[in-house]
Structures are given as C-alpha cells and as structure tokens.
Design a protein around this ligand. Structure first.
Ligand SMILES: C[S@@+](CC[C@H](N)C(=O)[O-])C[C@H]1O[C@@H](n2cnc3c(N)ncnc32)[C@H](O)[C@@H]1O
Length: 284
C-alpha cells in the first residue's frame, strides 16, 4: 500500500515538517528526495555498517525511523525479508518517494516526537535522523521507544558527527559574513551527545550499549559536489530562509571557502572527510 490508512498526513501542507525544528535549526521547507538521493550510495553505506552490528537474526517487527526516500528501508528489506517492516518519516516528499520505490512496504508520514508504535518492535533502525531532533529531546525520544521494546529488542541509530568539520564550520562562517548575517544568526545544529552521555542515558534500560565512530572519506568530483552534497542536508537551514538572490550569493561565498579549505587530490577531486557516530542498544 502506498500510505498507511492510519494517517492521511501525506496530504498535509509543508507546515508538518516546520514544527520539528523549534530551537536552533530552521528547516522551513520539506526535504527534497531528489536532492538527497544525488549521493545515495555514500549516504546509504553507513546504514549497512550499522545493520552489520545488530545482534538479531530474525526480528518479527522492524521500523525504519526517518526512512527518508526508502534507501535505508531497502537495506533492511534485504537483510530481513520475512520481517514485518515499516518506515516512517515527517517529510511528505520523502514518503512519496519511498512508497514509489518500495510499493509493498507500509510508509507513514509521522513525527518522531510523537510517534508511538502500535505493536512492540524488535528493531528500531534510524540512519542519519536524530541529529535533526533538538538535543534536549532526542535521547528522550530514543528512551521512550526503547521502553516500549521487548527484552532483547534493538535500537540502532547512526548520526553524522561533522559539525566541527571544515564543510560545516564554513557554513557558520559564511552565515556570519554577509547581508544575511542577522537573518541567519540563530541558525545552527545542536551538537550531538558524547559517546559517554549516550551510554549513561541508555544503559539503565539496556543490557548492552555499543557505541563507535567511523570516518568515511568520500572522493567527490569537485568542490561544487561538496556544495551539492550538503545542499540536501546540513545547508538546508541556512539557505531555505533566504531569497533566491541571497541564496545564490551565499552558495557562491560558501563555495569560495570550501575551495580554500579542501585542497584537490592528485586526480583533481576533493576528499570529503565525514565522521559518523553509531549506536546499537539492546533492551534489557
Ligand atoms: C538525512 S535523511 C535520512 C534518510 C534515510 N534514513 C537514509 O538512510 O539516508 C533524514 C530524514 O529524517 C527525517 N526527519 C527529520 N526530523 C524528523 C522527525 N522529527 N520525525 C520523523 N522524521 C524526521 C527527514 O524528513 C529526512 O527524511
């Protein structure tokens, strides 16, 4: 089925996604599945690395939280063909794309802040989503969902840990230096909790909490490709609020900074370092 009968929220206007970013992030527009999928292979790879550490062979119920265009859901489907697999995401555009790509999977437009599963879930899986939930709320959401799981159930998530990378520092610098400085003065993403903070929060509910980092090095065609990459994710809160003219100037200034920060590799490409944080927690 294309959309769950539980919700008609795919018909809702863009406002549905706006209210998820009440603090520092300002994602005022729906996500674009098309922009996001320009780097599908690179963005999907961590979901396989996360999945490889889940110690469950035959879970009955699996939910892809923040499934996006269904790329992470497809990875789960391959690994767990017999499970009851569903996906949820707050973006109508992402859910439209996911439903078109995997028509036999049930996808729903829902917000993680209020999402409650109807049945106990053996595996909650979330690739590159919780960084978008404000810091104070994100581990509360994780704990609420873990509490609903059966003993031995798994909550697995991965988030980019790249706010101090040159690509992201350059966003802040570009935002602070231009005619848009005042308009963008509150934009920025909350830092993610440290491995120990995550461990200490989740361990009282779990028999095991496995936390690790992986640094990917993506060889991209040029500096413009770095801009294209972050346009689908981290740059959205900066450029979405700007007029078309300011957006163009912002992107130009941002590109100029990237050219200084990332020297070309021997083959004329650009190596984008991309640290990611992984957590696999097992319900006690
Ligand atoms: C970077 S994409 C990840 C997509 C996919 N899981 C993957 O592996 O590539 C982040 C997704 O999180 C979703 N998202 C952000 N905040 C959300 C929330 N509060 N509730 C549900 N989904 C949310 C966005 O709509 C977007 O599709």
């Amino acid at each position: 089925m294309l959309f769950s009968s539980r919700t008609t929220s795919h018909l809702l206007p863009r406002a549905l996604t706006v209210r998820h970013f009440p603090t520092r992030t300002m994602a005022t527009k729906d996500w674009s599945a098309q922009q996001y999928l320009k780097f599908e292979a690179e963005r999907t790879r961590p979901s396989r690395d996360l999945l490889s550490q889940i110690p469950l062979k035959s879970p009955k119920r699996v939910v892809d939280l923040g499934c996006g265009p269904g790329n992470s859901t497809a990875v789960l489907l391959k690994q767990y063909p017999d499970a009851h697999l569903t996906g949820m995401d707050s973006s109508p555009d992402m859910i439209r794309k996911a439903s078109a790509t995997l028509p036999n999977i049930e996808f729903t437009v829902e917000d993680l802040n209020t999402y409650t599963p109807q049945e106990p879930v053996d595996v909650f899986f979330s690739n590159a989503v919780f960084q978008w939930i404000p810091r104070k709320e994100r581990l509360e959401v994780v704990k609420r969902l873990i509490r609903s799981q059966p003993s031995g159930g798994v909550f697995a998530f991965q988030v980019p840990d790249n706010l101090t990378e040159p690509s992201h520092a350059a966003m802040q610098e570009t935002a602070a230096n231009g005619p848009w400085a005042e308009a963008l003065s509150t934009v920025g993403r909350d830092t993610f909790q440290s491995p120990q903070e995550i461990y200490d929060e989740l361990k009282p509910l779990c028999s095991d909490v496995n936390v690790w980092h992986t640094h990917y090095y993506h060889s991209l065609e040029n500096h413009e490709a770095v801009v294209e990459w972050v346009k689908g994710t981290g740059l959205r809160p900066y450029i979405d609020p700007l007029s078309a003219t300011d957006r163009e100037s912002f992107l130009e200034a941002y590109l100029g900074r990237l050219e200084k920060l990332y020297p070309k590799t021997i083959d004329g490409r650009v190596l984008l370092r991309y640290p990611r944080l992984f957590v696999v927690a097992v319900r006690a």
